[in-house]
Design a protein around this ligand. Sequence first.
Ligand SMILES: NC(=O)c1ccc[n+]([C@@H]2O[C@H](COP(=O)([O-])OP(=O)(O)OC[C@H]3O[C@@H](n4cnc5c(N)ncnc54)[C@H](O)[C@@H]3O)[C@@H](O)[C@H]2O)c1
Length: 415
Amino acid sequence: MTEERRIIDIIDTEMARLFEQRMTAVKVIAMAKKASGAPVEDLKREKEMIAARSESIADPALRRYYGDFLRDVISVSKDYQTDLIYGEKMPCSDIIIENGCISRAGELLGLDGGRVLVVTDTGVPTQYAETVAASIEGKGADVKVCTVTQGEANKSIQSYAQILDALVEGGFTRTDAVVAVGGGVVGDMAGFAAATFMRGIRFFNIPTTLLSQVDSSIGGKTAIDFSGVKNIVGSFHFPSKVLIDPQTLSTLPQRQLHNGLAEAIKMGATGDAELFEIIEKSTDLNNDLPQIIRHCLNYKKSVVDADPRESGLRRVLNFGHTVGHAIEACSGGKYLHGEAVSLGMLYFARGDARNRIARVLEKYDLPVSHNIPAEKLSEFISHDKKASGDTITVVEVNEIGSFAFETISIKELPL
Ligand SMILES: NC(=O)c1ccc[n+]([C@@H]2O[C@H](COP(=O)([O-])OP(=O)(O)OC[C@H]3O[C@@H](n4cnc5c(N)ncnc54)[C@H](O)[C@@H]3O)[C@@H](O)[C@H]2O)c1
């Protein structure tokens, strides 16, 4: 045994030397990719490379292990390339928006091997997860489906544990993947499970509510609620790809559709006057949805790319959220998130911009007034995580398509 240990030591030392050589080559490729704008990920090449190299392993029993070893090596190389190309700035996800695209999930996500956990919830029509699972299975991956109970109340440590259980029981490894099929609750929770399982495995998002298609599916924020506080436990973990199929919105109740539209109105109001006008003038919302989704994602992507970890500009996405969160929390479940944000926006919009926002909210049956006492809201905001000391930074809109940050004392809030 001593002799075998000595041999392993020699091999490991040699592998360290080869690793450095390999990473030097990887660095050169990263620089070329940076110059040409080519993506870090090249799934076709990876697959071919693993198959070809595994062939050179004589012992068939060892081939699978060598494949796993190469996948780990590739994953480390990609991390290195990502750091070299983007530095602290993380890449935003690849996004595909196409009617009917969920039936091509296997091909579009490039998931043609390994294990895949599809996470959905009991409120999402089952055909969506089934279609996605069948398409990925058709590409040769081993697919399991995990269904958690629907609703914000179940964005909990218990549901998170249910997803982790499925990953452990299914024998998932670092090279496997999680695919979320559902609204923001499923996406945030499945993303958090992917971020934390084995210190992070690949995550793909297939959002099926308007809110998740225009907002939560990109940006890398993942979370669960804990101890009564929304999104208090989470991490940044960017999806490798996002598939948006506007046709899935055909089964969404109208209230949920308008709830998502509130976030689109928020983005139009703060940074995309054209988007705001499309929503304002729309006479056939279903027909205009793909265009609205595209505008929102372009806008959110530009903001997230500039500030992936929300240390500055990204806070613009919080327009309407300071008071909106308070209204959502104090209303005892009366308002959905987007409805509460609708009310929150009106506190920080001025002049004609305010009138236009109010009109467009009314057009889509979103609330423009409420009867929660100001003291209750103020007390909630004082305890809210975004408040730092006695002051708070809010987003104001004086003209549609532009915004300003304002730091004010909580006592000055126009409640
Ligand atoms: N990560 C982020 O950046 C971010 C941003 C905004 C909001 N969020 C989070 O998103 C969550 C809200 O997301 P949501 O509004 O999508 O709610 P949700 O996920 O609870 O979905 C709403 C309801 O619609 C059902 N549903 C989903 N797709 C459907 C479909 N196609 N047809 C019929 N029913 C369908 C769901 O089962 C659920 O009952 C919150 O937890 C919020 O914190 C996250």
